[in-house]
Design a protein around this ligand. Structure first.
Ligand SMILES: C[S@@+](CC[C@H](N)C(=O)[O-])C[C@H]1O[C@@H](n2cnc3c(N)ncnc32)[C@H](O)[C@@H]1O
Length: 229
């Protein structure tokens, strides 16, 4: 349990806007302050409050935008589903699994995953206390390990250029999760950014990409088993 719940009282890392001058010049790394993040998210406020609305941050840094998006979605989950642990688990899982990020610097990727994990884990553990399921926290860790990607958004490859960036789509059906994988480059090739949407769930005309892998449905509490294979 120590490794799952470890260090959940980490400091608020959104306050530092710069890690070093070298990183600013090498990677343009200047993090956005909370106030600006909130103001920008307010422009798409309805989407940030829709639990299953998909967000991709292609230069996510240590997660300043993604953290706030998750907090907004979890406010809705909490409001609607806190009385039932299973419902809460499923909808919080939907909230996390619809958030995606890419960054070229590995430490940012790890920090971003940890911050998103901590937000959910702290709320889940303090709310459900001894009822909380370790398997659930492992499932959330697994999703974050896939959704927050170490890669180069410009080349759509891993930083060493040896593997294409691959996105996982997670769909919840009853208490099961279906995973389908897509290549970032395939998604972008058919994304003119005007007139059509990727994975549109608002009824718009949408490009339907072909997955490169489809996994059998699995109970959400067993999701981390994928990672073990
Ligand atoms: C200006 S910071 C913004 C970070 C975050 N979006 C925020 O607003 O706090 C830019 C980030 O982009 C990352 N980055 C730079 N080039 C990139 C690339 N080709 N692919 C992915 N990430 C990249 C840097 O590592 C850095 O974390």
């Amino acid at each position: 349990m120590k490794n799952i719940v470890s260090d959940l009282s980490a400091p608020n890392r959104s306050e530092e806007q710069i890690k070093s001058r070298e990183r600013v010049s090498a990677h343009g790394e200047v993090f956005t302050a909370d106030r600006e993040v909130e103001a920008m998210l307010d422009l798409v406020c309805r989407e940030t409050e829709r639990i299953d609305s998909r967000f991709l941050e292609p230069a996510c840094g240590n997660g300043n935008f993604l953290v706030k998006i998750l907090e907004r979605k979890l406010t809705v989950v909490r409001h609607k589903y806190i009385k039932n642990r299973t419902d809460y688990e499923l909808y919080a899982c939907v909230a996390v699994s619809s958030i995606y990020g890419i960054d070229i610097q590995l430490d940012n990727v790890i920090e971003c995953r940890d911050r998103l994990y901590e937000i959910l884990a702290v709320e889940y553990i303090t709310t459900f206390k001894e009822q909380f399921k370790e398997a659930y926290l492992l499932a959330i860790r697994h999703i974050l390990s896939k959704n927050i990607i170490w890669g180069d958004s410009l080349t759509q490859q891993a930083p060493d250029g040896l593997a294409p960036i691959r996105f996982c789509e997670w769909s919840v059906v009853n208490d099961k999760i279906i995973r389908r994988d897509f290549l970032f480059e395939d998604l972008l090739q058919n994304q003119p950014f005007e007139g059509s949407n990727l994975f549109s769930d608002l009824g718009d005309e949408a490009f339907i990409p072909t997955p490169i892998a489809v996994y059998p449905p699995i109970h959400y509490l067993k999701l981390a088993d994928y990672g073990a294979k």
